[in-house]
Design a protein around this ligand. Structure first.
Ligand SMILES: Cc1cc2nc3c(=O)[nH]c(=O)nc-3n(C[C@H](O)[C@H](O)[C@H](O)COP(=O)(O)OP(=O)(O)OC[C@H]3O[C@@H](n4cnc5c(N)ncnc54)[C@H](O)[C@@H]3O)c2cc1C
Length: 349
């Protein structure tokens, strides 16, 4: 159950007495944490988020063997009760003509869309109550080839939710010595800095996502997703073409995501998106008008320059990277990054 590269280095007696610090409360970190916990290995997970946010914040699509992993971890049934199944998909061009249909169960297997905070909450509830610390950020990490632990320096913000283990004073700092540190802290990983320094580049592509309130199931049917691919202009790479995708997440709500080659960071997003996607079918304008401006989130897509970066500390074998911390991330299509939630789940199991 430990990452394969660590197993040979540690005797089994050591495995069960070792302390594992996992940095990052995304799908990668939680999958690692629950997998190790189910194997009887004590873990401590820290994440800088003070909470997971509202259900509207972000939805993720979990498909195929990633769903079976949730079953094996014992949270599959609850996961399905929070999610909405997707059985059908359509890809269109910007004039609204169908490019192809996707029979989801046949091509990718069981597929669900779920609010990301709900998935994270499921993991937290399956872990021992004192093993997850919110509002706790990794500041620095120190390892030495001849010492059998890694020292992690942490900063705790005033919203610290951990019960009784660290002082709840404002911006307190502390140190944890762990036998193994798993860096699951995403694309801008602080743990990665202790192993290697690949270049993190910002792409010229922005991604916005939100949830629109609409019960119109003719335009936005249940259990299906739609992606609309704009035409790429000559000076823009094929992968940077504008895209808009949506999926119904409940009777009243449709989650959408827009990708556009733009570095525009200023609000109001809604009116800007209406301009950027004005050639797309009128369904898109309608979704935007049914979305509240303050519910729209924007992210600049970033990628690691060196995709084959090292993801294990070869001096000590006590620091490892998982999920997007160890892999370049970019959105190839709207629903699949190079890493992706499903990939992250599978890689960390
Ligand atoms: C806009 C967008 C939409 C996406 N939608 C989908 C989708 O629908 N389906 C899908 O499969 N994939 C999707 N992806 C990709 C997916 O979100 C990522 O691949 C996945 O979240 C990677 O998981 P992770 O655990 O490696 O990292 P993350 O989810 O990024 O988690 C990193 C965690 O580390 C914490 N952290 C960071 N630094 C520190 C620190 N110093 N100390 C403590 N904690 C720290 C962060 O707070 C965070 O909790 C999307 C990506 C983007 C950009």
């Amino acid at each position: 159950m430990l990452p394969r590269y660590c197993r040979g280095k540690l005797r089994s007696a050591q495995l069960f007495s070792m302390s594992v610090l996992i940095v990052g409360g995304g799908c990668g970190g939680f999958t690692s944490a629950l997998t190790l916990h189910r194997a009887g290995i004590p873990i401590q997970l820290i994440t800088r988020e003070k909470s997971f946010g509202s259900a509207n914040a972000r939805h993720v699509v979990v498909a195929g063997s990633a769903v079976r992993i949730l079953d094996r971890l014992g949270i599959g049934t609850l996961f399905r009760s929070y999610g909405t199944p997707i059985t059908h998909g359509t890809v269109e061009n910007e004039r609204g003509s169908k490019l192809f249909n996707l029979d989801v169960p046949r091509t990718v297997g069981e597929c669900w869309v779920v609010p990301r905070p709900y998935l994270q909450q499921l993991f937290v509830e399956a872990l021992p109550s004192n093993s997850v610390a919110f509002s706790t950020r990794l500041r620095a990490i120190h390892s030495h080839p001849n010492v059998d632990f890694v020292a992690a320096e942490l900063t705790h913000s005033s919203e610290l939710r951990r019960h009784g283990m660290y002082p709840a004073s404002r911006s307190a700092t502390s140190r944890i010595d762990a036998n193994l540190v798993i860096g699951a802290d995403g694309l801008a990983s602080a743990v990665r800095g202790a192993i290697s320094r690949p270049m993190l580049t910002t792409s010229y592509t922005s991604c916005w996502n939100a949830v629109a309130i609409t019960s119109d199931t003719d335009k936005y049917p249940m259990h299906s997703f739609c992606e609309i691919w704009g035409s790429a202009s000559p000076d823009v790479a094929e992968s940077d073409r504008p895209r808009f995708g949506y999926v119904r997440t409940s009777k009243n709500a449709v989650a959408w995501r827009a990708v556009f080659p733009s570095t525009s960071v200023l609000r109001p997003f809604r009116s800007k998106l209406r301009d950027l996607f004005n050639k797309f079918p009128s369904r898109i304008q309608e979704l935007l008008s049914r979305t509240s401006e303050r519910e729209i989130f924007r992210r600049q897509l970033r990628t690691l320059w060196n995709d084959s970066s090292i993801w294990i500390d070869h001096d000590s074998y006590r620091i490892a990277l998982v999920g997007e911390a160890g892999r370049a991330g970019e959105l190839g299509t709207l629903h699949h990054g190079k890493c992706g939630t499903s990939t992250s789940l599978k890689a960390n199991y």
